[in-house]
Design a protein around this ligand. Structure first.
Ligand SMILES: [Fe+2]
Length: 359
């Protein structure tokens, strides 16, 4: 398979991964052959890129860190929780716990698991898809910090519901592309305390889970909100979800800026670790993130251009690259592979975002 921008799709190409809507429906299933009308729909929905089958790379497989079934159920759960709150009902805490258990099971059965995919989410479903990703990342960090099952559950419930307070913020404000006025900024900040109040009023959701909604925008140096807590005043769960939240926001298209590629997002987290984020947690997290996900087209320091075919854990910054083009840009007769975790003298100097080279 390979990843391709929606704008470069052609009729007849076969989808290698399903495209899923914000409310947990399969819009286009894996194996579907594309037609003009499907491609137009994907563009209209704001899907930036998809995975397609490429007979030249049958062995390249970008595996989602969640099974499709778990992802769909979790998306539906977040959506249901938001609609219940808007309708003035209480949250279904046992159902939330069930979903969280499914997520923990899904993620804990794959020891070599890496966050190794480009996101193929739709443009308008930020909150739902974001909540599921943040919850998954928080579980991965929690496992790497050796939290026990009860702690993982507490962490995951809070992570899945961390932005629930946004149901009280006007939608236009959340999507506003320009700079915010001080009043608008204050309104957005209120989603933290609003989320905390909502969650703690649900008898069956623990207070520590509710505190995740309260604390996920706090920063280690005290520059966060709503209370400007510092260092260990922020609960471990709050520090974990802060990292998961920011990473997922960075790799997503937002109204006010385009997405960062995974290696850039990882570099930004590293730059801000210690100041904004708990450096130990950033370290735990980045060991689980493929800086150059499978399918990324890269230029090496030798001038060769190749595609990432696999990622080594724990050396997630140095993947295995299949060389495709020589230094003159000519396609090689025989592809060969370079394991950058062994070839220390070769480095990735550029990610080639425009994959027309592979078309
Ligand atoms: Fe938030």
């Amino acid at each position: 398979m390979r990843r391709i921008s929606t704008k470069h799709l052609k009729p007849g190409m076969e989808l290698a991964q399903s495209v899923i809507s914000s409310d947990g429906k399969v819009l286009l299933a894996k194996g579907q052959r594309l037609r003009d009308s499907y491609i137009a729909r994907l563009v209209q929905l704001g899907v930036y890129s998809v995975y397609v089958v490429d007979p030249r790379f049958p062995d390249i497989d970008a595996v989602d860190f969640l099974s499709e079934r778990t992802r769909l159920r979790a998306l539906r759960m977040v959506r249901t929780a938001c609609t219940s709150l808007i309708a003035g009902s209480v949250l279904d805490a046992p159902a939330i716990t069930d979903i969280v258990d499914m997520l923990i099971d899904d993620l804990s059965t794959k020891p070599d698991l890496l966050i190794n995919m480009f996101d193929i989410r739709l443009q308008d479903d930020y909150t739902f898809a974001h909540s599921v990703n943040v919850c998954s990342f928080a579980i991965l960090i929690g496992m790497s910090c050796a939290l026990n099952r009860d702690q993982l559950r507490e962490l995951a419930i809070g992570a899945l519901m961390h932005d629930l307070g946004k149901t009280l913020v006007p939608g236009d404000l959340l999507k506003k592309p320009g700079p915010l006025s001080p009043v608008e900024y204050e309104q957005i900040q209120e989603h933290t305390s609003a989320g905390f109040e909502i969650l703690r009023r649900q008898g069956e959701i623990g207070l520590l889970s509710a505190h995740i909604a309260f604390q996920h925008h706090e920063r280690m140096d005290g520059s966060g909100y709503p209370r400007g807590l510092t260092g260990s005043e922020i609960h471990l769960y709050g520090r974990i979800v802060a990292v998961a939240d920011v990473y997922d926001a960075l790799v997503s298209d937002r109204a006010y800026r385009p997405r960062f590629l995974p290696h850039k997002a990882a570099e930004l987290l590293l730059e801000q670790s210690g100041q904004f984020f708990d450096s130990e947690i950033v370290h735990h997290f980045l060991q689980q993130v493929a800086f150059y996900p499978t399918g990324t087209l890269v230029r090496l320091s030798t001038g060769i251009i190749g595609v990432v075919v696999d990622v080594n854990k724990p050396i997630t910054t140095r993947p295995i690259v299949r060389a495709l083009y020589d230094t003159e840009g000519e396609e090689l007769d025989d592809y060969y592979e370079l394991d950058l975790s062994i070839n220390n003298d070769i480095s990735i100097i550029e990610v080639i975002a425009d994959e027309t080279r592979l078309a």
